[in-house]
Design a protein around this ligand. Structure first.
Ligand code: FEO
Ligand code: CA
Ligand code: CA
Ligand code: CA
Length: 605
């Protein structure tokens, strides 16, 4: 809710210089403090963090996970229509892990080549999502509410429901869930999206890396995502060979799909809905939103009686931007996750002339069906053999392939999206794509015009009639990232030329605050001239951009939200590689940073 007293999008702070220091930099008149570092006990028996790495898997299941990423603050009184800025549920993703920091002496292997079971358990537990009930005391200090029933860890092993068209589809049948209705865990949760009904969607991004297969022939559901002969952390090698671990080897066995885990990877790649206010509820994988490398999701503002619309990027080189439009209308009184189970998934085509189209990935759409029929005739999509889709569930499980067939525009790694609360325009970061235009790869196009795009850009569009359900839009490039003097030109006029105050590279996190300032976070090379990764603020009307925050050495800055009054900002620091935030701790610890203004004013104003 905008604060009526505040001029909306002005940037009132003095830009922060680039930095190589192993500490947080914020503007003059602001303060910062690390909060909820990896290993902080939040639930159960509240096991104390041990700096020697000897916390067990069971301990980690009750502590904040690693590699903090997307995050949202839910006011504690939200369900009662309230707007508390002093107490709420901070919900955050833990994307992946640093094995060196997690264990006493890094990842180990037994003499038989297996991995100690408790190391695997701990690694799975350091992934997922944390729900932390936090409260500000009368001195303004934030702390965990110990013993709160809302405090919760969801991990790479938590049981969850499959929802939407792929629920019960045979390609999701496993030994764990022979009817394809359930799975265990969410992995590689990068960004997120708060829903209009007060729940949290965690994205599954680079989930493919957790699985391995020894099969010579891999199904398209694996090939199009890069599931291959190695797994990122070798969880399938756990010494005790429990189902919970061997499932990461998806090689088919002798029997049927319900005797093994050949389909396990088909239960990942979704947006996962978590209700932080209902700690007993199982997370729900919403398959109608598609299966791909979901970076995150952003909802358009809801209107009573109209469909729910949300946007999601697939962060991989030459992948796509998607939009989901619900079949059922939104009514505030009855809204819920069921709205995400039925609808149309579209993929974006950005035309050369600044127009664009949303292409439905729906077998009932005549154009899409004709393209699918042509692909069957061709027998191949790209380099993947193709004999058609069995049904709409098959389309969704193979969303990338469906988008290839539809003729979508390949993008330079779509990361976070954001919707301007004032104009309704949709913004997406395109972080970089060093292969763009190279021999053997897709050429440049108007929306991705940089050969070997190393520093990225931010694109935006307006839906036709400013109606988020429209199938046509007009787009432009908001800004090109890069070094000093990098220009963004509109109608032959230089609208932005980057300076020392705002050079940046590889935009990733993106968020509109409640007043309409755009916050841009980076995950790029931390070499000169950019140095450590950072967060900038932008005025979407003037395209003025100023660096607001610089992170410690080696990190990416990802995840940002404020309290409703815009006076406390939470920012996540992921994969710091020095002794941060505690210089006396030998282990780097991912952490949230609390930023406040010394005069108690609105952040950024
Ligand atoms: Fe996990 Fe695309 O960043
Ligand atoms: Ca990341
Ligand atoms: Ca990201
Ligand atoms: Ca990134």
């Amino acid at each position: 809710t905008p604060d009526a007293d505040v001029p909306t999008t002005e940037l009132g702070f003095k830009a922060v210089p680039v930095s190589t220091a192993n500490e947080i930099k914020v503007p003059e008149g602001y303060s910062s403090q690390a909060f909820l570092p990896w290993g902080t006990p939040i639930t159960g028996s509240y096991p104390e963090y041990k700096p020697d790495g000897t916390n067990t898997g069971a301990d980690q299941e009750q502590q904040v996970g690693m590699h903090h990423d997307g995050m949202h603050f839910f006011p504690i009184d939200l369900k009662a229509g309230g707007n508390s800025s002093t107490e709420g549920l901070l919900v955050m993703n833990h994307e992946y892990i640093n094995q060196g920091a997690l264990h006493a002496s890094g990842a180990t292997y037994n003499s038989n080549g297996n991995r100690p079971t408790d190391e695997v358990r701990k690694e799975i537990a350091a992934h997922g999502v944390s729900v932390v009930h936090i409260k500000q005391d009368s001195n303004g200090t934030w702390d965990i509410v110990f013993g709160s029933p809302f405090n919760r860890r969801i991990t790479g092993g938590t049981e969850m429901e499959i929802r939407g068209p792929a629920r019960g589809y045979h390609k999701l049948f496993t030994k764990f869930s022979p009817n394809g209705n359930r799975t265990r865990g969410t992995l590689n949760n990068c960004a997120m999206g708060p829903t209009p009904w007060g729940t949290y969607l965690a994205a599954e991004e680079n989930w493919h890396g957790y699985f391995k297969t020894s099969a010579a022939e891999r199904p398209r559901e694996q090939v199009r995502h890069g599931v291959d002969g190695t797994s990122r952390y070798d969880w399938e090698l756990a010494e005790n060979q429990a189902d919970a671990y061997v499932r990461f080897d998806v090689t088919p066995g002798e029997g049927s799909a319900t005797d093994d885990y050949r389909n396990e990877a088909n239960t990942f790649g979704y947006m996962v809905e978590i209700d932080p206010f209902n700690p007993e509820s199982a997370p729900q994988k919403r398959t109608a939103l598609g299966r791909f490398g979901h970076e995150g999701v952003i909802f358009a503002p809801v209107k009573e009686g109209q469909p729910v619309v949300c946007y999601s990027g697939d962060d991989s080189r030459f992948e796509y931007i998607y939009k989901f439009v619900s079949s059922k209308p939104y009514y505030a009184a009855t809204a819920g996750g069921y709205l995400l189970d039925e609808g149309t998934l579209y993929v974006a085509r950005f035309n050369e002339d600044g127009t664009g189209e949303w292409l439905p990935l729906n077998l009932n759409d005549a154009d899409f069906a004709a393209k699918v029929a042509q692909a069957v005739t061709d027998g191949v999509v790209g380099s993947i053999p193709f004999d058609g889709f069995e049904n709409q569930a098959d389309v969704l499980v193979n969303t990338r392939l469906a988008a290839d067939i539809a003729g979508a525009t390949t993008m330079d790694r779509p990361e976070w999206g954001a919707v301007d609360p004032n104009s309704g325009e949709v913004y997406f970061t395109l972080t970089n794509n060093s292969n763009r235009g190279k021999e053997g790869y897709d050429d440049v196009n108007a929306a991705n015009p940089i050969v070997e795009n190393r520093t990225g850009h931010i694109i935006r569009w307006t839906e036709a009639g400013n109606d988020h359900t429209a199938t046509a839009f007009e787009w432009d490039i908001f800004v090109f990232a890069g070094e000093q003097g990098t220009e963004t030109v509109v109608d032959d006029e230089v609208i932005v030329s980057l300076t020392d105050d705002n050079i940046f590279n590889s935009p990733d996190g993106l968020w509109f605050d409640y007043n309409g300032r755009l916050w841009i976070q980076t995950d790029g090379s931390d070499a000169a001239p950019y140095q450590n990764n950072m967060m900038l603020a932008a005025n979407p009307e003037t395209r003025e951009i100023k660096r607001f925050f610089v992170g410690p050495v080696g990190c990416e800055v990802t995840g940002v939200v404020t309290t409703p009054d815009s006076k406390t900002m939470f920012v996540n620091i992921q994969h710091p590689d020095g002794n941060w935030p505690d210089s006396s701790d030998p282990r780097p610890r991912d952490a949230t940073v609390i930023v406040t203004r010394d005069d108690d004013g609105v952040i950024g104003a």
